[in-house]
Design a binder for this molecule. Structure first.
Ligand code: BES
Ligand code: MN
Ligand code: ZN
Length: 497
């Protein structure tokens, strides 16, 4: 798929389909208005006849509109003009691309001039159009023997009439990078646990490093981890036939001396719960327990594509969590790389066990500017925030604020939960420095507090993406979140330091 910018007049554009927005009550976007004028009222006639109401989500394909070069015009309802906001904007793009994906349309022109939400500018609209379009065109068929035909669409031009071409080109590039990073994360996550193993994830990181984008991959094997003393991570891996991997993918776009930003992503390629085994229903979805790892790799790909002037490292502790004769047992005490001992009261709280060692290793290896970890860490977060917002906790409010802002900007939102010391007593253990579970109350907070114990000297934030990383039910599939949030955060860092 190719995305381009154009300032061509819509009626003159030589494309297979023109896409224009219309509002309720017959209010036309500037492009729709222009088509109405050159066609002697073909658009307003549709409103008069009642065939078009402009309701959000409604659409109508018109053929052979007089005075219009394109064979097709797709009119997309945008709802009441006064209520047209960011969500409606993305919805308009998604609706349009849903129609285009099923049509024999190879080239299309989406007219966004005049459809920019009042809270945003044209650059934002360009970037979000690319991200939303790409998400609608995404298909996962790697594990199907009979592949459905791919959408015919090859080129989508965005008609944005105004201003600074540089800013719009930059926005387009950012959109493509975010879209591609998101698609990479979705692909990795949608692969089943028997294909996407820790070894597979390590190979993918190594393949990315061979791609010539200035990325360097390092993979720590089990023996190296044992030598270092990663007793927490290794205790989880012991229950699996799959060897664990500690993957690091480094991007060096900044000055040599500049401290890196480290993104740590949970790469649990299948979470059965271990001896504290999970119920059978929907257990297949625990192949998505590596979505944090997939997201940090996706973000790194985006950063490399954008050549951001930053040093960034993705660290992915990768393991399975399985029941086995050698697996963690409730009550086992393990010693983490940091030296802190942990009582494993529930073997299903394995994410924090692999993450704590990865966090300590990252801190010691990279002396980071800041660390953000991303993990499908707690079912409690799904209960607290559902699928719309990731849980966000951290020990540095400016960092948390920057992540919140990046989430708002990219529509990949997070919501802060408290990281108060008062909750810490829930992690007390009679037999170790801390327990790996803190009871039923505030499960997302106690999980984050567990990680915070390993990040005492480090600027750090934690994104719990258990609710946002994938969708269940009929639409089952990975979302690629929070690649957009992370990439936006890094773009902002590159801009303002
Ligand atoms: N990967 C799960 C968290 C999860 C569960 C994400 C359901 C999305 C949907 C994690 O490893 C886990 O099992 N957490 C436990 C922690 C508990 C034992 C304290 C949970 O949330 O139940
Ligand atoms: Mn678990
Ligand atoms: Zn898990």
């Amino acid at each position: 798929m190719k995305y381009t910018l154009t300032t061509d007049a819509p009626e003159a554009a030589r494309v297979d389909c023109l896409v224009v927005g219309v509002f309720e009550k017959g209010t036309l976007s500037p492009a729709a208005q222009q088509l109405d004028e050159v066609s002697a009222g073909a658009v307003s006639a549709l409103f008069k006849a009642g065939d078009l109401t402009g309701k959000a989500g409604q659409w109508r394909m018109q053929y052979g509109m007089p005075g219009v070069a394109s064979a097709r015009v797709l009119l997309v309802g945008c709802g009441p003009q006064a209520a047209f906001d960011e969500r409606r904007y993305r919805q308009m793009v998604t609706t349009a691309l849903g129609v285009l994906a099923d049509a024999p349309v190879k080239t299309a022109l989406l007219c966004i001039a005049g459809l920019v939400p009042t809270t945003r500018d044209t650059a934002w609209s360009v970037r979000e159009a690319v991200v939303a379009a790409s998400a609608s065109l995404y298909r996962f068929d790697q594990t199907l023997s009979e592949k459905a035909p791919r959408p015919a669409l090859k080129r989508l031009a965005l008609q944005a009439s105004d201003e600074k071409a540089d800013a719009l080109n930059e926005a387009l590039e950012a959109g493509v990078a975010i879209a591609d990073g998101t698609a990479l994360a979705r692909d990795l996550a949608n692969l089943p646990g028997n294909i996407c193993t820790p070894t597979y994830l390590a190979e993918q990181a190594q393949a990315m490093a061979k791609g010539g984008k200035g990325l360097k991959a390092t993979v720590l094997e089990q023996e190296a981890m044992a030598k270092l003393g990663m007793g927490a991570l290794l205790s989880v891996a012991r229950g699996s036939r799959q060897p664990p991997k500690l993957i690091a993918l480094e991007y060096s776009g900044g000055k040599k001396r500049q401290k890196p930003i480290v993104l740590v992503g949970k790469g649990l390629t299948f979470d059965s719960g271990g001896v504290s085994i999970k119920p059978a229903a929907q257990m297949d979805e625990m192949k998505y327990d590596m979505c944090g790892g997939a997201a940090v790799l996706g973000a790194l790909q985006a950063v490399a594509a954008l050549k951001l002037p930053l040093n960034v490292v993705a660290v992915v502790p990768a393991s399975e969590n399985m029941p086995d004769g050698d697996a963690n047992k409730p009550g086992d005490v393990v010693t983490s790389l940091s030296g802190l001992t942990i009582e494993v009261l529930n073997t299903d709280a394995e994410g924090r066990l692999i993450l704590c060692d990865a966090l300590t290793w990252a801190e010691r290896t990279y002396k980071p500017e800041l660390v953000v970890d991303v993990a499908t860490l707690t079912g409690a977060c799904v209960i607290a925030l559902g699928k719309h917002a990731a849980g966000l906790l951290g020990n540095d409010q400016p960092l948390v604020d920057a992540l919140l802002a990046a989430g708002e900007e990219s529509g990949d939102r997070a919501w802060q939960l408290p990281l108060w010391e008062a909750y810490e007593e829930q992690l007390k253990s009679n037999f170790a420095d801390l327990a790996n579970v803190g009871g039923r109350e505030a499960g997302t907070v106690t999980a984050a507090l567990f990680l915070a114990r390993f990040m005492k000297k480090q600027r750090w934030a934690h994104l719990d993406i258990a609710g946002v990383a994938w969708e269940g039910g009929a639409k089952k599939g990975a979302t690629g979140r929070p690649v957009a949030l992370l990439t936006q955060f890094l773009i902002d860092r590159a801009r303002h330091g």
